[in-house]
Design a protein around this ligand. Structure first.
Ligand SMILES: [Zn+2]
Length: 378
């Protein structure tokens, strides 16, 4: 049976240059539409059962973050549920995956994919819970719905408004795996922390900020090539409707806390970023950041504060970023969370690396940190 490479499906991305020789399968990653960014890949290989394969991504050097290929291992799956790490190396600008498929079809990806079908399942499941409203804020450039889940625990007055958004960068699929774990716990009626949080705060949750990029198999931009996390100071409906619509709703509800969930290509750690460079940074905001960070350290052994991005200098923050714009606009705590594509180097997992299961557990742990912030706000 001849080898065949395909990617014409949800979040697929690859260009097959040559699949004549299993020892020399040559591939390229396609750029995001109307953009030069690329790094996300997801494709299926068939016809290689039991055959040692060498898959080469020839244009890896030009990817958005070539440092992301160092000490990186791709994921593979035979059932599209369980994704395991496979031997991968990066040299001379080429990313090479060595793998012998155990089945007729095997899927490879940059990180475990989170499809728009799975997003639909997530939203459908969430709306079954008491107090959850699914609100469509509007449409993306490709005509997909911008889903917002509003989660209320009761009629209390003076409720806080907590926001959580994920996947502005669509290739960072770990962000929506995080959402799955976060929402499962937040909506669990038996979880006392979740119940207490929902009594005092209304949650506004956007599980996927970039449906078009997700479906198209982009790394970083929406359908029109806009990097959504550079659009927050001046979003426009014809360019970045995703940000325009969410920002508009934030201005209606007000924001007391905001977490924007991402993945980082290079650093093998979970870490927080953002806010320190905003012009109006207050002592209260700094104190709340410490409350959140300390509580997250206590809640999850997968979180750390030693490695991360350097803080922006005072007043020099990039105000086009979500967390900076929100922190400045609302004077609240607003943070960016980064998770690794690779693994958590403090607690490595040889089989799975950083994985959907670990993203979900980490998402659930964030309730404890949010509870600490809520207590500090009272
Ligand atoms: Zn990101």
């Amino acid at each position: 049976m001849p080898l065949h490479v395909s990617c014409n499906f949800d979040s697929g991305n690859i260009v097959c240059l040559s699949a004549d020789d299993p020892a020399d399968i040559r591939l390229e990653i396609a750029k995001d539409n109307q953009s030069d960014f690329y790094m996300w890949f997801h494709f299926r290989l068939t016809g290689a059962k039991g055959t040692p394969c060498t898959l080469k991504i020839m244009n890896a050097a030009g990817a958005a973050y070539p440092k992301g290929w160092e000490d990186y291992r791709a994921v593979a799956s035979t059932d599209r549920e369980t994704w395991v790490r496979v031997p991968t190396s990066y040299a001379d600008g080429v990313l090479t995956i060595e793998h012998t498929p155990a089945t007729d079809a095997v899927w490879y990806a940059y990180f475990a994919p989170f499809s728009m079908e799975r997003h639909a399942d997530l939203v459908a499941r969430a709306q079954q819970a008491d107090g959850v409203t699914l609100d469509v804020l509007g449409e993306t450039l490709d005509g997909q719905a911008m889903d917002l889940l509003r989660i209320d625990g009761g009629p209390g007055s003076e409720k806080r408004n907590f926001w959580a958004i994920a996947r502005q960068h669509p290739g960072e699929s770990m962000a929506e795996w995080w959402m799955e774990g976060f929402l499962a716990r937040l909506l669990d009626p038996a979880d006392r922390t979740a119940r207490a949080l929902r009594e005092k705060a209304t949650f506004h949750v956007v599980p996927n900020m970039n449906p078009d990029g997700s479906r198209r198999g982009h790394l970083r931009t929406n359908a029109g090539g806009a990097n959504l996390n550079r659009e927050w100071s001046e979003p426009a409906m014809d360019r970045s409707p995703e940000v325009f619509l969410v920002r508009q709703r934030m201005q209606t509800t007000g924001v007391d806390f905001c977490l924007d969930v991402h993945g980082d290509e290079a650093l093998p750690y979970n870490f927080l970023a953002g806010m320190m460079g905003i012009p109006s940074l207050s002592e209260t905001q700094k104190a709340l950041q410490k409350v959140f960070s300390d509580a997250l350290l206590a809640a999850s052994p997968d979180f750390q504060t030693k490695y991360g991005y350097p803080d922006a200098k005072p007043g020099k923050g990039n105000m086009t970023l979500c967390s900076n714009w929100v922190a400045e606009e609302f004077g609240c705590l607003a943070l960016t969370l980064e998770m690794p594509f690779k693994d958590n180097a403090d607690r490595p997992d040889a089989t799975f690396g950083w994985s959907p299961a670990r993203c979900k557990a980490f998402g659930a742990a964030h309730l404890d940190a949010m509870a600490a912030v809520l207590a500090a706000l009272d």
